[in-house]
Design a protein around this ligand. Structure first.
Ligand code: GRF
Length: 204
């Protein structure tokens, strides 16, 4: 069976990457193959996960590339060289510019740890998202997988999953629950959906 080639872009611990690796191993990603992991940080633990799973990886930093434009140019060249069909941002802590997102339109997805359009956009990353949800006092939060366009967290929504907030929640507790109950389930499902769609489009 033909498979869409996936690159996962990471910056940190890579638990969402791990969820994708586990899903592929369990046969839950039949239309995709994890072909490449790219980190913009040399010390990201996600690189160890890629290595353990036997997935090719690369480190590309803005600094080494002489700034954002150079970084995006090198990244695009690498993705094209490896014939990547789908780019998954999984804890990738850098905003990609309009040139890049336009070049790969419909081919980039991101996981965000809230129910978009709440607690998203510029400045809402990591624990800040969960802090904002708790400060607002919402009773339900969750995670969203969406296409990536030039607006941070602004592309079309693919899948969402709600998570209940509990009395006594801290940002750390909530972050963990959103990952366990939503992110790690949602991302592999969305990846499979989009891989299937991309393959269909390729077949014409
Ligand atoms: C996740 O909460 C993800 O939604 C957000 O950054 C975090 C990354 O965690 N974009 P990990 O690196 O996948 O463990």
């Amino acid at each position: 069976m033909k498979k869409a080639r996936i690159a996962v872009l990471v910056s940190g611990g890579g638990t969402n990457l791990q969820a994708l690796i586990d899903a592929e191993k369990a046969g839950k990603l039949p239309h995709g193959v994890l072909a490449l992991v790219v980190s913009n940080r040399a010390d990201a633990y996600a690189l160890v996960r890629a290595n353990n799973a036997g997935i090719e990886s690369a480190v590309l930093t803005r600094k080494d590339c002489g700034g954002q434009a150079g970084f995006e140019e090198r990244l695009a060249a690498l993705l094209e060289e490896k014939q990547i069909d789908l780019i998954i941002l999984a804890g990738f802590m850098s905003i990609l510019g309009a040139d890049f997102t336009g070049r790969f339109a419909g081919r980039i997805i991101n996981i965000h740890p809230s129910l978009i359009p709440s607690f998203c956009g510029k400045g809402f990353y990591g624990l800040k998202v969960h802090e904002a949800a708790l400060n607002y006092g919402v009773k339900v939060t969750g995670a969203t997988v969406h296409y990536v366009n030039e607006i941070p967290d602004g592309g079309q929504i693919i899948l969402q999953k709600p998570v209940m907030i509990r009395p006594g929640d801290t940002p750390e507790l909530l972050q963990r629950r959103v990952m366990e109950q939503a992110e790690w389930k949602l991302l592999p499902r969305a990846a499979e959906l989009v891989c299937r769609k991309i393959l269909k489009e390729k077949e014409g």
